[in-house]
Design a protein around this ligand. Structure first.
Ligand SMILES: [Zn+2]
Length: 466
């Protein structure tokens, strides 16, 4: 999907200025307006950003040998209208690339990195590494005007110059007036597992927010769910790249390094050909390894988070119900593949509360915990009706004997999908397992929907609720 950067708002204004004042023609400054995203917390200063380095070396960047590993090729695309500023920019480009690798790794408590291709084996200096990583290429296209036609011409120029290898995904820092974007053809199977002529993206404005957003599109990430379901501005680089550097903090849209085989359906409402993907298994990424320090994490399975395995109106796999109520996968409203209401993917769980007793929906499988460490439970809840529910963490020992519960306060129902949380709560002495439940106190009769569950270990910390 072709994506605009913040910079895209500029061309119309520039054209007006030129017309009215006859000032000199547009001059591209890739750092004018660029600013590193600082949410959910500040990025390290330049000197502390880990150098990703060269994962593979290909002496002829346009023709990698067949035994190369899949990798991203970084290109500095200059144009005669702006001149060749390679020496002035190359180290800054490399630093942004390092930051994108950092933000992917830092998004979760898994260790995972991007494989980049270099054109020679660099020495130990940063300047030599940057020059090995970033390949200069003159873009042989007409003087760009900032239109999407100019953008398409970049792909043609890449292919004409020989950048079309199946083991490479190409990312171009354009030093000319070309919109930031990623070729949608690369976001469809089989291009996600085999790169080549269609797999390229561009950034006209250079910071890790814009470049990370487009590079993650290049790896198959769509936009954050809130755009489909008309939720408010969403804290995610795939929506709010100006402020946020993290990818999919609730592990339910694009990226689940804890379960790379899991897939997420996306953009159902807008795309009849919506398909499933998980960036964590992209071939240019290293295998994710648990556990390090990162912004988010999750101890549930993809099914327990998203309730996707069962047809609408079926029984939710992996969940149990007891007390006052019965449950089902949320029924459809005409499209048999989609529940009538869902927060992520295509389906959610519906609890039909009955008044005779407390009703309880639980994730059947208890999750391993360590006594003394703290945990946080997140869930999104909605209802068309008034009602109150609470979240519960139930602690068990190794003999599967119940020890104690921690309950949240009561949450009133809302028609959208607010995220509700419980915790951080410290696992009590003797606890080795925890069970997650959503509880409706007795005396109520209404139905609610539940989606996007998450259980996070909070040592050293865990993400804030939304
Ligand atoms: Zn985008």
């Amino acid at each position: 999907m072709l994506q605009k950067s913040r910079w895209v708002a500029i061309p119309a204004l520039a054209a007006i200025i030129v017309a009215m004042t006859a000032t000199p023609a547009y001059a591209h400054d890739p750092f004018s307006g660029a600013s590193e995203p600082t949410e959910p917390y500040a990025q390290p200063v330049d000197a502390s950003v880990p150098k990703r380095g060269c994962a593979t070396v290909t002496t002829t960047p346009t023709a990698p040998p067949v035994d190369t590993i899949p990798a991203i090729q970084i290109i500095y695309g200059w144009h005669a209208s702006e001149g060749n500023n390679y020496d002035a920019y190359v180290e800054r480009i490399a630093k942004i690339v390092d930051r994108v690798d950092w933000l992917l790794d830092e998004s979760s408590d898994y260790d995972q990195h991007i494989n980049f291709s270099c054109r020679y084996t660099p020495n130990n200096t940063y300047g030599d590494y940057a020059r090995a990583l970033v390949v200069p290429l003159q873009l042989s296209i007409p003087t760009p005007t900032g239109s999407y036609g100019d953008w398409s011409a970049v792909g043609s120029a890449l292919n004409a110059a020989g950048y079309d290898d199946a083991k490479r995904w190409y990312f171009v820092f354009t030093d000319a007036h070309v919109p930031s974007g990623t070729n949608t053809a690369c976001m469809r199977p089989p291009a996600m597992t085999s790169g080549g002529s269609s797999c390229w993206g561009t950034a006209e404005l250079w910071d890790s927010g814009v470049v990370g957003h487009e590079m993650l599109h290049l790896l198959g990430a769509g936009h954050a769910w809130s755009q489909e379901t008309n939720q408010p501005y969403w804290a995610d680089i795939m929506y709010g790249w100006t402020d946020n550097w993290m990818l999919d903090q609730d592990f339910n849209t694009n990226y689940d390094p804890s379960e790379p085989a899991a897939s997420f359906y996306r953009d159902n409402a807008n795309d009849p050909n919506a398909y499933a993907w998980n960036v964590a298994r992209h071939p240019v990424l290293t295998t994710p390894v648990c556990c390090d320090v990162g912004h988010s994490g999750d101890l549930l399975t993809a099914q327990e988070r998203t309730i996707e395995a069962d047809d609408p109106s079926g029984t939710p796999t992996g969940f149990s119900v007891s007390g006052g109520g019965w449950f089902q996968v949320t029924p459809s409203c005409g499209n048999n593949a989609l529940s009538c209401y869902y927060y992520d993917n295509r389906r959610s769980l519906q609890m039909n509360v009955q008044p005779h007793a407390e009703g309880k929906v639980s994730v059947t499988s208890k999750k391993a915990v360590t006594a003394g460490q703290s945990y946080k439970f997140y869930a999104r809840l909605r209802s068309a009706s008034a009602g109150n529910v609470k979240l519960r963490l139930s602690w068990y020992n190794a003999s599967n004997t119940w020890l104690s519960d921690n309950d949240s306060g009561l949450f009133p129902m809302a028609t959208d999908w607010p995220e509700r949380t419980l915790g951080p709560v410290t696992a009590p002495a003797g606890a080795t397992q925890v069970q997650l439940s959503v509880v409706s106190p007795a005396g109520q009769a209404f139905s609610y929907q539940l989606d996007s569950l998450q259980l996070m270990r909070c040592n050293p910390n865990c993400r804030a609720g939304m």
